[in-house]
Design a protein around this ligand. Structure first.
Ligand code: F6P
Length: 372
């Protein structure tokens, strides 16, 4: 029996999205004889019914392409800016689903997308999700596609920063993506041999970081690379953050630097904290400091071989689940295989770096300062 599949990509783009679309699309069309349409720009395109029929032609030649041929957005069904107002557009999305007589909607995305997709599942739609994010922080899956590519990009950046830091005897602070989870900063920091790695899960003491750099200097290593995740915080900021939100009963955090406005931790973008970190390290060590913010470079360009393979495995597994009428699940990675995990077990959780994770232990054993 022919089934009708809708698919969308939502949240921040990630290398491997097109490989996943191709994997699912080709398996759906060629192996199972299903029909498939893509909605543009995530849940917004679903709401507006802007779509593209996916076929052998437009699914060809996209395996190695970065970004997503469908476009993406961070719009959420329950609260979407429409005509100057924030509106619940769930019903419009359900209408689109019904208009196309869809059997299933497949949503490719990170934590926010899993939540939005679960909301649509609770409203009665058949939903399957795939885990994608460079942050690698989706719960209940060993891995998400996009992470491996971003890891290589960030590692190469650290490699390149080494020679210039060495030549100028400088501290180079390199900011790596990850507001809530430090997998990328930790992984790239270890692979690139960063001297200090700061991640959100391990609040740091600036004096310990400065001392580690000074100690390197005393042994003749006159430069240091500090890999810092966007969400890394000082221990003071972390405590202030824990004590409340939106200023209610909240202590002001943030390290004072004359030229940078003092902000409370929850309103302070990662990059401002990174500027403050570099300024403080220069002050405490007397060493010249520079900052490199890798930003969206980490998400751009062609996916790694590993991510193409992973995305293809997940995409084809999704087509298989549709053939089996298995809905309300995320296709998770389990070792060499995949597993359908109920969405209810995925949403509202985040896969962060445990303090006793083997990567953390390895970093400590090679003498990397983690700021604690
Ligand atoms: O969620 C993935 C991610 O790349 C994070 O690492 C980063 O903090 C965020 O997205 C950046 O979001 P945006 O692309 O909306 O600026």
């Amino acid at each position: 029996m022919t089934k009708y599949i809708g698919v969308l990509t939502a949240g921040g783009d990630t290398p491997g999205l097109n490989a996943a679309l191709r994997g699912m699309g080709k398996a759906a069309l060629d192996t199972y004889g299903f029909q498939i349409i893509g909605f543009f720009d995530g849940f917004r395109g679903l709401m507006q019914d802007r779509n593209l029929r996916l076929d052998g032609d437009n699914l060809s030649g996209i395996l190695t392409l970065g970004g997503t041929i469908l476009g993406t957005s961070r719009d959420k069904p329950k609260s979407m800016p429409v005509g100057g107002q924030w509106l619940d557009m769930t019903d419009a999305m359900i209408d689109t689903y019904k208009r196309h007589h869809l059997d299933v909607l497949v949503c490719l995305g990170g934590g926010g997308t899993q939540k939005s997709a679960f909301h649509l599942a609770e409203r009665g739609l058949n939903i399957i999700t795939l885990p994608k994010t460079i942050d690698n922080d989706i719960a209940m899956t060993d891995q998400s596609f996009g992470f491996d590519t971003a890891l290589s990009i960030a590692t190469e950046a650290i490699d390149r920063l080494h020679s210039t830091a060495h030549s100028h005897h400088r501290i180079i602070v390199v900011e790596i993506m990850g507001h809530n989870a430090g997998w990328l900063a930790l992984g790239a920091g270890i692979a690139g041999g960063a001297d200090v790695i700061l991640i959100p899960e391990i609040p740091y003491d600036i004096n310990i970081v400065a001392e580690a750099i000074l100690q390197r200097n005393r042994t003749g290593k006159r430069f240091s690379i500090v890999a810092v995740a966007e969400g890394a915080m000082t221990q003071e900021d972390f405590k202030a953050d824990e004590q409340g939100s939106n200023g209610k009963g909240k202590k002001k955090g943030g390290t004072e630097v004359a030229s940078v406005p003092r902000l409370s931790p929850e309103s302070m973008p990662g990059s401002i904290r990174t500027l403050q970190l570099a300024a403080r390290l220069e002050e405490l060590t007397g060493l010249e400091s520079r900052i490199t913010i890798l930003g969206h470079l980490q998400r751009g360009g062609t996916p790694s071989a590993y991510d193409r393979l992973l995305a293809t495995r997940l995409g084809t597994a999704a087509a298989g689940l549709i053939a089996d009428d298995k809905y309300g699940v995320m296709v998770a990675v389990r070792g060499e295989g995949t597993k359908a995990v109920p969405l209810a077990q995925v949403v509202g959780k985040r896969r962060t770096v445990p303090s006793d994770h083997p990567w953390v232990e390895s970093a400590r054993k090679v003498g990397t300062c983690l700021g604690d």
